[in-house]
Ligand binder design. Structure first.
Ligand code: TXA
Ligand code: MG
Length: 356
């Protein structure tokens, strides 16, 4: 049985989360809201509990989990002390959508959390319900996104319920999440010899590369996914998996002239329609009226990429609800959070991209 708790009021009391916190401490699985997406939490110290996360999601066991904490004093027990550069990031972006990968302190966390790596990803979420739950539980909480593996990440409690009802102990409903995309995962490598320090973005997310560059003058910020020499780019193991995919096959259309992009989207849709397929298009408020398909989803506005990030995963799920077989998506600009949006769209499209 999956229990539901509502925690949407402004005046959240710690007692309201007593039961889900107790279930976490006792080795159960609780889904909870964060500012990015819903997480599926378990006590990160208990191997049986962490194992249940992998089972419930159908997640490959070589993909490590992010450990969530309520305050910085918890870090000392889990990882090597952050140096000056990482400390600066924590000062600026915690609590918030930034995960830092640090050398692990052995013997505390279940080895399943890190999938055998000698590092651990740590994050302090910026959400009152998440922070209250973490404080009430009093333990480090391993939490991947609370979706079935391969499905779009959940941004509402209903998405979690659709994917995991009956397979987890409970869901704390804190309403729709804010950012809508996962945290940015970074790893800093200190200067060696004559070289400078490098901050590697292992997964783009809620904190943009531009924000990180501004925060760390004089330090190279390297985006793993675009670096030409992949031997120089440590990766988040999770980035290799097909992710975020709607059930229908999706193709991304990208180009610098919007008229050409819209014309190509429509041509693909018309051809699929002629083949008898049920069609869907993911576009933006500005272009929704210009396109014809069985399902037209206007995902936020091109003038406000935050609104696109916020609605992206719900938009991808809409195509499944509509039973779309053939989906085309319009690319968005890659500045700011646009880089993370396009990263997710490429994955959702399994790299089927048409350049016009
Ligand atoms: O916003 C988020 O980060 C959400 C919420 C729930 O906090 N969590 C989330 O977790 O997205 P998950 O498991 O879906 O993604 C974790 C990502 C994966 O790509 C994983 O490979 C990477 O972080 N990761 C975790 N630990 C790592 C480590 N020690 N080294 C490199 N990558 C790591
Ligand atoms: Mg995930």
């Amino acid at each position: 049985m999956t229990k539901l708790w509502k925690a949407t009021g402004d005046d959240l009391e710690l007692e309201e989360l007593t039961e889900p916190a107790r279930i976490l401490r006792e080795g159960g699985l609780i889904a909870f809201p964060t500012e990015t997406v819903y997480g599926l939490g378990a006590d990160a110290r208990q191997t049986d509990a962490v194992n249940k996360i992998f089972m419930a999601k159908g997640r490959p066991s070589d993909n490590p989990l992010i450990v969530h904490i309520a305050n910085r004093s918890q870090m000392a027990g889990l990882a090597a002390p952050p140096d000056e550069t990482v400390s600066r990031l924590l000062d600026l972006f915690w609590p918030g959508p930034l995960t830092v990968v640090l050398p692990i302190k052995p013997g505390v966390l279940s080895p399943l959390v890190t999938a055998g790596l000698s590092t651990v990803g740590l994050r302090m979420p910026d959400h009152p319900v998440a922070l209250q739950l973490l404080r009430a539980a009093g333990c480090p909480v391993a939490a991947p996104s609370a979706n079935s593996s391969g499905r779009p990440s959940p941004t509402t409690a209903a998405h979690v319920y659709d994917d995991l009802a009956g397979r987890i102990d409970g869901i704390v409903d804190g309403g729709a999440t804010g950012v809508g995309l996962e945290s940015t995962v970074v790893e800093y490598t200190a200067p060696i010899g004559d070289g400078g320090g490098v901050l590697h973005i292992l997964r783009p997310g809620g904190v943009s590369a531009e924000q990180l560059i501004m925060a760390l003058p004089g330090i190279e910020v390297r985006e793993a996914s675009v670096h030409p020499d992949s031997s120089l780019a440590p990766r988040a193991p999770g980035m290799k998996y097909a992710h975020y995919a709607p059930r229908g096959a999706m193709t991304l259309v990208q180009g610098s002239a919007p008229e050409q992009v819209l014309a190509r989207l429509q041509r693909e849709l018309d051809q699929a329609h002629a083949r008898g397929e049920r069609t869907g298009v993911l576009t933006y408020r500005e272009h929704a009226d210009a396109l014809r398909a069985d399902t037209v989803v206007a995902c936020g506005s091109l003038g406000d990429l935050e609104s696109v990030a916020h609605g992206l995963y719900a938009a991808l799920r809409q195509f499944d609800e509509a039973g779309a077989d053939f989906i085309v998506a319009e690319a968005c600009p890659e500045s700011g959070i646009g880089a993370a949006i396009m990263n997710r769209l490429r994955k959702a499209a399994a790299n089927r991209i048409i350049h016009v």
